[in-house]
Ligand binder design. Structure first.
Ligand code: DGJ
Length: 733
């Protein structure tokens, strides 16, 4: 009979996460188990739940099909280790000299009040014979249903010498309760096609989402949501797990043949090995878990709230309307050219002007100068100060593009420090986009990067950095470290975080955008040090709708930079009305990235009006609760809606006039059914036919949600790419 050494309910506003440490009386081995994760329970009910789910008096594994060939209870373990009667994908794999196996004993558990409504539970485990300690930490906060978990391992000092190697250290494993079927949701993609939402049956077996690139990657984003196949946008139970890490990662979803699903996530990918010297410890990044009964929409809103409150370095500000020069001038950055754009940008209401790639070294194309971070000698012989002053003179803030982790072979930096890159003895130095990766794990590289960035921001009084990273790792070695060189996969990312943190500390007004050839480094780890993401290099508004849909599953609108660029679009060649392009970009942090010097007076006037409209609703868009309405974005009639206090904003899209599918009426969500709402802006309703959003008219919340309205953009006959901005305000009696 197993004994229960520790049982603890972890409660959030709407959920309970119950764990118990079971001790096998025959072996003394401890297994911290997840006993329950679902709707919030009272303390008494939680106590019953432990017993009902098997509880202390039940032998391990008796709750599900078991034989001498399996130990299915490992699916419920908080951190199934490689060792003992386990054959699943281990969350912790450790070797002691030449033995790769763990046998853990419970060494105590403690609860810590961390203040500000946060409580942390630590479960301490020690190996039965080696000087090795594991601490499982779980943090719950009173204002969010997101639970944070992480793992710390220690080589305890003072015991007999043993070489400890870690080949897997996950932040935690989460158990999704038994159901007859499961479905997974995740975001996958490629360059210029990031965040494609995928949802499908979860097969029995192991499903691995991973990046081996040293960055988060375009191919998969580090989160998964599981439901029993019944959840929809605004209804149903959803269990979500997200990893807050910006280097290589691995998230394994195990659907066991005996039933039950485990999701284990952590940094690094297979094959890496970290050694732990005596006295040393290694901590994983946080993995976050969320349970909601309110469908995928409620899950997203909880992730957004959590991110805005507990992840972002600056929580409550409104992001400025940005201009970025990349698609207008590419590498051809000159003072006159940028100021010509800046004048137009200021005239349409832009508040922050960012000069992209091409301002430094001898950078005329992508073959040279990364690493040489001084003003382009021919184009800016007197430096960048006068350009930046010119931008500020037009009433805008000023920002610059940088790519600190990279070097071109054709650069003064590389000629001076050929040893500073990721490299392996007797191996090629493969280039991608003609560039090599600096070994940011090195302290000298980190110090160099902070040094020039700090100087640049100081000298130019920069308000904003777009921090780019345009290729994955190859030949990722650090020969000087010999057997210990795999630590670069962790230290690199930590040092990127550290440089960003140091910069923010030195320049509290500085804001940073995380870019990696578009959305290659979008995650909740980098977001502790940055303010916005550049989700994709694809600025085609129609493609962007799908990208924004996937992005919004986890990340809030105030982190989603979106530019209006030219038509035809430089990436896809697609033609699209300016209004549609604006309405798509207004769904996040509005930016402009087109060549404004080629826009007609009418286009500039329309742009100015749309920027003005955006400013009047941006607080609601950036900080409100997001509802994704109607059909498939970019394919059918769809809308995104935001609610903040009494204010309601909806952006309504109809990409194809011949779209036969999708709803005809727009049914809003998240309103007070009893209240009345006044139409402040109804889009372009041409007449007052029933259902039209006529300015000044009043609607009951219940009617708006149940019956719906007829936005002009959704009328059956009309051009392609029609869109509306709808603004409503609750009428206070
Ligand atoms: C990739 C980024 O995603 C683009 O927006 C642009 O900054 C280029 N790099 C510049 O090289």
């Amino acid at each position: 009979m197993a004994q229960l050494a520790h049982r603890a309910p972890v409660t959030t506003p709407a959920s309970t996460y119950l764990i118990g440490v079971e001790i096998d009386p025959a072996t003394g081995e401890a297994a911290p188990l997840q006993k329950y994760w679902g709707p919030r329970l009272s303390v008494e009910a939680a106590r019953q739940a432990v017993t009902a789910s098997g509880g202390p008096a039940t032998p391990q594994g008796a709750r599900r099909h078991v034989s001498s060939f399996s130990a299915p209870v490992e699916v419920e373990e908080l951190l199934p280790v490689d060792g003992g009667k386990r054959w699943g994908s281990p969350s912790l794999q450790v070797s002691f000299d030449h033995t790769r196996s763990l046998e853990l004993r419970h060494a105590g558990s403690s609860v810590h009040d961390e203040g500000a409504g946060a409580e942390r539970l630590d479960v301490v485990l020690r190996d039965a014979c080696h000087p090795f300690e594991v601490v499982l930490s779980i943090r719950a906060r009173e204002d969010t249903d997101v639970i944070e978990r992480w793992t710390t391992v220690r080589h305890l000092a003072g015991a007999e010498p043993v070489a400890i190697g870690i080949t897997r250290l996950d932040s935690g494993s989460w158990f999704v309760p038994d159901a007859s079927a499961y479905r997974y949701s995740g975001a996958f993609g490629a360059w210029a096609e990031e965040f494609q939402l995928q949802r499908g049956p979860l097969p029995v077996g192991e499903l691995v989402f991973t990046s081996r690139q040293g960055i988060t990657s375009h191919q998969a984003n580090p989160w998964v949501m599981i439901d029993a196949g019944e959840a929809v946008e605004e209804h149903g139970e959803v269990w979500g797990v997200a990893l807050a890490w910006s280097g290589s990662w691995r998230l394994t979803t195990t659907h066991r043949p005996e039933g039950g699903v485990a999701i284990s996530a952590g940094f690094g990918h297979e094959g890496l090995r970290w050694t732990l010297e005596p006295g040393a410890e290694l901590s994983s990044p946080p993995v976050l878990g969320l349970y909601t009964a309110g469908g995928f929409g409620a899950a997203s809103r909880s992730w957004h709230d959590y991110t805005r409150r507990h992840v972002l370095p600056v929580t409550d500000e409104e992001r400025p309307v940005l201009y970025n020069s990349w698609e207008a001038t590419w590498f051809d950055v000159t003072e006159a050219g940028q100021l010509a754009l800046a004048e137009q940008a200021a005239a349409i209401g832009v508040e922050l002007f960012v000069v992209d790639d091409g301002w430094f070294g001898d950078r005329d194309d992508d073959t040279r100068s990364l690493g040489d971070w001084w003003p382009h000698r021919k184009r800016f012989p007197n430096g960048l100060r006068s350009l930046m002053d010119g931008i500020r003179g037009l009433g805008m803030r000023a920002g610059l593009w940088v790519e600190p982790e990279m070097v071109n072979a054709d650069s003064e930096l590389y000629r001076a420090h050929p040893d500073w890159i990721l490299r392996m003895d007797r191996r090629r130095r493969d280039e991608k986009r003609q560039q090599l990766v600096l070994n940011f794990a090195r302290d000298d590289v980190r110090e160099w990067a902070f040094g020039w960035l700090d100087e640049l921001v100081t000298e130019l009084d920069l308000d904003y950095l777009k921090w780019d990273m345009n290729r994955p790792f190859t030949q990722a070695g650090w020969p000087e470290l010999g057997a210990g060189q795999d630590r670069l996969w962790i230290d690199y990312t930590r040092n990127v975080y550290q440089v960003m943190a140091q910069l923010r500390q030195a320049h509290p007004g500085l804001r940073i955008e995380s870019c990696s050839g578009g959305g290659g480094r979008v995650d909740l780890g980098i977001l502790r040090h940055t303010d916005e993401f550049w989700p994709s290099d694809n600025t085609d508004a129609r493609d962007r709708q799908a990208i924004q849909h996937g992005f919004s599953q986890l990340y809030p609108p105030n982190t989603m930079s979106a530019w209006v660029t030219d038509s035809p679009n430089p990436t896809t060649d697609r033609l699209m009305p300016l209004r549609y392009r604006f309405h798509v970009a207004m769904a996040g942090v509005l930016g402009v990235g087109g060549d404004l010097t080629t826009w007609s007076a009418a286009e500039l006037a329309e742009a100015a009006e749309l920027v003005e409209q955006y400013k009047s609703v941006r607080r609601v868009i950036q900080h409100g609760r997001l509802y994704r309405l109607a059909g498939t974005p970019g394919r059918e009639r769809s809308a995104v809606q935001y609610v903040l206090g009494d204010d309601v904003v909806a952006l309504v899209y109809n990409p194809a006039s011949d779209a036969k599918r999708g709803p005809r009426r727009l049914r809003l969500a998240g309103l007070d059914p009893e209240a009345r709402y006044e139409v402040v802006h109804g889009g372009d309703a041409p007449d007052a036919a029933p259902g039209r959003l006529v300015r000044g008219s009043h609607w009951y919340g219940s009617a708006l949600m149940a019956v719906g309205v007829r936005p002009a953009a959704w009328e059956p006959v009309g051009a392609d790419y029609r869109s509306d901005l709808v603004v409503l305000r609750r009428v206070r009696a």
